[in-house]
Every structure is written in C-alpha cells, then in structure tokens.
Design a protein around this ligand. Structure first.
Ligand code: SF4
Length: 236
C-alpha cells in the first residue's frame, strides 16, 4: 500500500506527513506538492526544509502555473470562480495519479472539520471520484479530520519541526500568494508585500488589457481594503 500525502507547505499537511511517518515505512509514503507557481518564496523554502529535515523527497507535480492559466483563459479567479484549484492542483494531480498504476494506494489529505462549514461533513475515509477521469476512484484518508488547529500546532512543535515562516508573519493560511480566499487579516499583511503585490497588479493589468476592462483578483470591497492599507505605489 502506498500513501500519497498531499503537501501544501501548510501546517495541516505537514501534520499529516508527520503522522504517516510515525506509522508507515518511509518507502511507502509518497509526499506530493502541486505547484501553482504562484506561491511565496517562504513556501518553496519550507518544502526544501522538510525534505532535508525528514530525509524525504517531495514530488513536485507541475501545472502550467497561475500566470499562464489566467492568460490562456483570459480570466482571473475570484471568490466565486474558483477554477484555479481544479486547473492547477486537482487536474495535474489526477493526471499524475493515473500514470502511476499503483496496485493499492490511499491519498492522505490534511483537511479538518473545524476549518469551514463545507469541511464539517468530511469523513476520515472516503472514496472520491475524479472529475477528470471516469475510471479514477481515489481512496482518501484524512487522519487529522477531527483535530483542532491548536492540536496541529502542538503536534508539529512536539515533533521538533518548524512551521512555514508565513505563520510567524501572521498569515492564517498557506497556499497561493495571494489566494482568492484570503480574509481581511491576510490582506492586511499582504498590503506590505511589495514584490507579490506588484506581481499581482501586473497580472491584473495584463488580463484587463486582454479582456478590455478592469479586472481584479479580489472583488471591489476587498480590493479597496487592500489599496487603502497598501503602501505600495500602484502599477495599475
Ligand atoms: S490556494 Fe487559493 S488561489 Fe491557489 S488554487 Fe487554491 S483557491 Fe486558487
């Protein structure tokens, strides 16, 4: 049995990886990271740290990346149009999974019930059906589904493993930088990230030119908040 642990660089997937390493032989654990090419440097550095510290290889599953994707489809994702996850994570992951031909496998997911209403119904085991391949059924194991956020932090700390430095900066979640699902608190921190703000504004400008109207990653209210808090000289 192979256990494919989906790693994001965030605390929950790190806890899952440590949980599996405690129970299963290392050679049967396959950590994978779906690269949106839209992450913060801290996350890429953290993945390198985990590899060194745990003596494991994290397989990087490539996607076309956020910038190429939005230019190709001439559209930015937003709170209501979450095609980014499907295109940059789920689809490349399922494609990779299809190619592996494992006799027996389980995908290990670090999702927790307390994260959201949608996740509150999540089960420890589930067989998921791929959206992209009719014949792909994915046995999924969620070992930390009942854990609290505090338990996750404590577990990682007790294992002597550092957290992604983005948590120290105050971010509540790790993933795309920025992620269209960020809350006001994360946007407030992001308002001082000149390098990534510039990257986001330049992409917005390119897509706006392609579609002939101003488009943004965040809807008006949150974008206005970001602009108000930002010290960055707007490029758009
Ligand atoms: S982390 Fe956010 S922006 Fe990135 S793919 Fe997921 S929903 Fe989209």
């Amino acid at each position: 049995m192979k256990y494919i642990v989906s790693i994001s660089g965030g605390k929950d997937s790190t806890a899952c990886l440590l949980y599996m390493l405690e129970r299963v032989k290392k050679e049967n654990i396959i950590p994978v990271f779906c690269d949106t090419k839209w992450e913060a440097d801290e996350t890429y550095e953290y993945l390198d740290y985990l590899q060194r510290k745990l003596d494991i290889e994290i397989i990087r599953i490539e996607s076309e990346g956020m910038e190429k994707l939005v230019k190709r489809i001439k559209c930015l994702p937003n709170h209501f149009k979450r095609f980014c996850t499907k295109e940059l994570k789920t689809k490349p992951f399922h494609k990779w999974l299809k190619k592996q031909n494992f006799d027996e496998f389980k995908v290990v997911e670090g999702i927790r019930k307390e994260e959201s209403l949608a996740r509150s119904e999540a089960e420890v085991f589930e067989i998921k059906k791929s959206y992209f391949y009719k014949d792909l059924f994915i046995p999924t194991f969620r070992p930390i589904v009942e854990w609290s956020k505090e338990k996750v932090f404590e577990y990682i700390k007790n294992k002597g493993i550092k957290l992604n430095p983005l948590y120290k900066k105050g971010y509540s979640r790790v993933g795309c930088f920025p992620c269209v699902f960020w809350n006001k608190h994360d946007l407030l921190l992001f308002a001082n990230e000149d390098k990534y703000l510039k990257r986001m504004r330049e992409l917005e400008k390119e897509i706006s030119e392609l579609v002939g109207k101003q488009v943004r990653f965040f809807e008006e209210r949150r974008d206005k908040f970001l602009r108000t808090k930002s010290l960055f000289k707007e490029v758009v």
